[in-house]
Design a protein around this ligand. Structure first.
Ligand code: 8OZ
Length: 366
């Protein structure tokens, strides 16, 4: 068996001491109440996974206009804060650490999910050639409108308030969701950003929205409690750029200069293997970032230990394995078998496939 002990060497990540390098990735589960309040079973679900080096919450919308799928949670209302506080308390009671992922979907949405049936917000009025999940099942994304400067200012304020709400809800920090073709990514990449004002055109301009989001969040949190997630190679949600390496070189340098708690990168996407050419790009980009780096996508214990040992990453975030194995770090430590995953219960449903995956016998007995 490969030596995976490096996964269990404690490490400092920004303002937090992590007991291990096996992190829980953000995982959309579509089980919140319709108003965005997380449901009660989320307390058990997250507390069961408290042995993660750190938990990242599922993506959580900063505003009602930031919602893009049925039954995702929010952090823009007092009822959301109160429900999340019970979740952070439950995780902390089990000795865990938990960051909230702050999300705005931008154009990846549908009018039926938005207040008064409004059209989705985006940098430019370019429809996403993809589907989202609404009350009526999978539907084409609605045509978005290009946000005005006043709307941009209001969005930045929404990020600040959401960051403040996350603090009041007892989180250990926040992760800015800049990945997977959602709003921040839509500003960065030129397929979706066609603006000709100070938020579009040159890379410096396309990074302006992200820079303002970071500034707003740093008005609430110390920089060692703020991370960011990016997906420089991602084409999910109909995103792309004419020069991804050039663009993300600048973005990595920006993040590096901000001295945030970490940079979290989606390096591989479910269902498609990362090519050698893409690995080379990820490695070159990595050279532009000086700080705590989290890899994500398609890892097992051995390959995670390997990327950490060779200095590419400081920690690895696991998604689907953490859905199916609440005690994933202990299973990796023992080299134990993993529970089979039930994909039919990943998105939406009840406690089945949520809080009922078994722990290792030994842990359950303890
Ligand atoms: C799966 C389904 C819906 C949303 C992401 C927040 O890709 C998501 C997401 C994933 O970042």
């Amino acid at each position: 068996m490969t030596d995976t002990s490096i996964l269990f060497s404690p490490v400092r990540m920004g303002g937090l001491a992590l007991p291990n390098r096996v992190l829980m990735a953000p995982l959309t589960r579509n089980r919140s109440h319709a108003d965005g309040t997380p449901w009660e079973a989320a307390q058990t679900y997250y507390a069961q996974r408290a042995s993660a080096g750190m938990i990242l919450t599922e993506a959580t919308q900063i505003s009602a206009m930031g919602k893009g799928y049925k039954d995702t949670p929010g952090i823009h209302d007092a009822s959301h804060v109160a429900a999340w506080k019970k979740i952070t308390d439950a995780v902390h009671a089990q000795g865990g650490r938990i960051y909230m992922q702050l999300w705005h979907v931008g154009r990846i949405s549908h009018n039926s999910l938005l207040p008064e049936g409004q059209t989705p917000q985006a940098p430019s009025a370019v429809s996403a050639q993809t589907k989202t999940f609404t009350e009526n099942g999978f539907e084409d994304c609605s045509e978005p409108h290009a946000v005005t400067i006043d709307e941009i200012d209001a969005l930045i304020e929404d990020y600040r308030v959401a960051a403040q709400n996350a603090k009041e809800a007892g989180f250990d920090g926040v992760e800015i969701h800049g990945a997977n073709g959602y709003l921040i990514d839509q500003f960065l990449q030129d397929k979706t950003n066609r603006r000709d004002d100070e938020y579009g055109g040159a890379v410096e301009n396309r990074m302006r929205f992200l820079r303002r989001v970071i500034d707003a969040v740093l008005g609430v949190w110390d920089r060692d409690r703020v991370g960011i997630r990016l997906s420089p190679l991602g084409q999910a949600n109909d995103i792309s750029d004419s020069d991804p390496e050039g663009l993300f070189t600048q973005v990595y340098k920006l993040i590096s200069g901000e001295q945030l708690a970490y940079l979290h990168v989606v390096e591989e996407f479910f269902g498609s293997d990362t090519t050698q050419e893409q690995r080379d790009i990820l490695e070159r980009l990595r050279g532009h970032f000086d700080g705590f780096y989290i890899s994500n996508g398609g890892f097992d214990a051995a390959s995670a230990a390997d990327v950490i040992a060779k200095g590419h990453a400081d920690a690895v975030a696991f998604g689907r394995d953490f859905i199916a194995n609440p005690d994933l770090p202990e299973r990796f430590r023992q080299g134990a078998a993993l529970n089979p995953q039930d994909q039919d219960t990943f998105y939406g449903g009840d406690e089945t496939g949520y809080t009922d995956y078994p722990f290792l016998e030994k842990i359950r007995a303890a």
